[in-house]
Design a protein around this ligand. Structure first.
Ligand code: FAD
Ligand code: PHB
Length: 411
């Protein structure tokens, strides 16, 4: 029967990044992905990376293209009451965010894993996880018409919100916290130059809009829409008209439109499961938490989980000490809840929740206060670029990994 040290379920950004970091630290792992490689590569999602995420990607040795192709943004704009206000991230934090698509992150990681001969299995069907409450976890899956069993020391559930890992935790062993928002984001991608050099988050009486980008020639735009909206109701012309109406006049005039190359609707939700660890199963990234995309935190939070887990596992395999993995859930949840709070707050400030004009006036008053207060701007900026990490140094050092214990004493 096949055996590995860590079975990684899901080849989204968190699974691939964890796999790559473990590999660089000499820890054997297998990644099982339900979808095809093409499907995973084609999903258009996040676009903004915190500096901490960029650091981790560099540590994972997948930073070359990122460093040469990313757009570094020292600030972003808030649109409201017909005007645009720039939030200077650099001034308040000394840092900047990077615009680099999740599709590119996923591609860089997939290429690196495959070039290193990784066991990365796409189209794995009927994945199930077992025995993680004891010393001998096992993953079962079918591939190429055969059923396979994979024994492992640990399972990393990196399989997203709809994955199998969280659903495999026994009833009563976890608690979920959830909030649904009464709207979604309709997003389009178009090969037109972005309307501005930096992102614009726009509060408008008709609803929220976001101007983002993937490159100097590719734009990503979103408008808030009702949850039951269908894509067929949104031909390109309607989208561009609605976007224009939600932007400050000067910005709307500068908008360059063109045919969309992708269009999708995403619901907005906040979700956290506690704890993140069940015996030898760790939930990572969207499998454990979802935030509305307004704060650009989802992918960055996933990377932050990976950082803590890979450090804990590396310590464990190098020294036999389990303090790091024992603290995984608690350490990650502290950051997660702060990001959940920030994403909820930023969503509440910028979106239309009802027809109630009183609520809109309150939002405008808060935006007026925020943009006039150094303290409030500093708080927004430090949350947006990403809060600092707890210090636990653990650099890739494959040569030190020869002392790997084969039968882990953990629990
Ligand atoms: P996923 O990307 O969901 O990957 C999980 C993987 O597991 C998938 O490949 C899936 O196919 C696989 N899988 C599922 N079930 C199984 C199974 N049973 N067996 C095997 N494999 C399985 N985040 C940001 O940080 N910044 C942004 O700007 C941003 N913008 C966003 C905009 C939109 C419109 C949306 C929808 C999201 C945005 N996010 C953003 C969030 C970000 O995309 C996610 O947080 C991120 O994809 C999480 O990565 P993950 O690897 O944890 O999960
Ligand atoms: C994106 O470019 O897709 C994007 C950017 C910022 C966000 C959310 C999404 O807050």
């Amino acid at each position: 029967m096949a055996r590995t040290q860590v079975a990684v379920i899901g080849a989204g950004p968190s699974g691939l990044l964890l796999s790559q970091l473990l590999y660089l630290n000499g820890i054997d792992n297998v990644v099982l992905e339900r979808q095809s490689r093409e499907h995973v590569a084609g999903r258009i999602r996040a676009g903004v990376l915190e500096p901490g995420t960029v650091d981790l990607l560099l540590q994972a040795k997948v930073g070359e293209r990122l460093l040469s192709e990313r757009l570094v943004h020292d600030g972003f704009a808030l649109g409201f009451a017909g005007r645009s206000f720039r939030v200077d991230l650099k001034r308040f934090t000394g840092d900047a965010v990077s615009v680099y698509g999740q599709t590119e992150v996923t591609k860089d990681l997939t290429d690196a894993r495959l070039a290193a001969g990784a066991k990365l299995i796409f189209d794995a069907a009927e994945v199930s996880v077992e025995g993680f409450d004891g010393a001998h976890p096992m993953v079962r899956y079918s591939h190429g018409g055969r059923t396979h069993e994979l024994n492992c020391d640990f399972i990393a559930g990196c399989d997203g919100y709809h994955g199998v890992c969280r659903r495999s935790v026994p009833e009563g062993a976890s608690q979920s916290f959830e909030r649904f928002y009464p709207f979604g984001w309709l997003g389009i991608l178009a090969d037109v130059p972005p309307v501005a050099d930096e992102l614009i988050y726009s509060n408008n009486a008709r609803g929220f809009a976001l101007c983002s980008m993937r490159s100097l020639m590719r734009s990503r735009y979103y408008v808030q829409c009702p949850l039951d909206e269908k894509l067929e109701q949104w031909p390109d012309e309607r989208f561009w008209d609605e976007l224009r109406r939600r932007l400050p006049a000067q910005v709307a005039e500068a908008l360059v439109t063109g045919p969309s190359i992708e269009k999708s609707i995403a619901p907005l939700r906040s979700f956290v499961v506690e704890p993140l660890t069940f015996g030898r199963l760790f939930l990572v990234g969207d499998a454990a938490h979802i935030v509305p995309p307004t704060g650009a935190k989802g992918l960055n939070l996933a990377a932050a989980d990976v950082r803590v887990l890979f450090q804990g596992l590396t310590e464990y395999y190098r020294t036999g000490r389990s303090e790091g993995i024992d603290r995984y859930s608690e350490q990650c949840l502290r950051r997660i809840w702060k990001a959940v709070r920030f994403s909820w707050w930023f969503t509440s400030l910028t979106h239309k929740f009802s027809e109630d004009p009183f609520s809109h006036r309150l939002q405008l008053a808060e935006l007026d206060y925020l943009t006039g207060s150094e303290a409030a701007l500093a708080s927004l900026a430090e949350n947006y670029v990403g809060l600092p990490f707890e210090r636990t140094d653990c650099k890739a050092a494959p040569s030190e990994t020869s002392a790997v214990p084969t039968a882990p004493p953990h629990r």
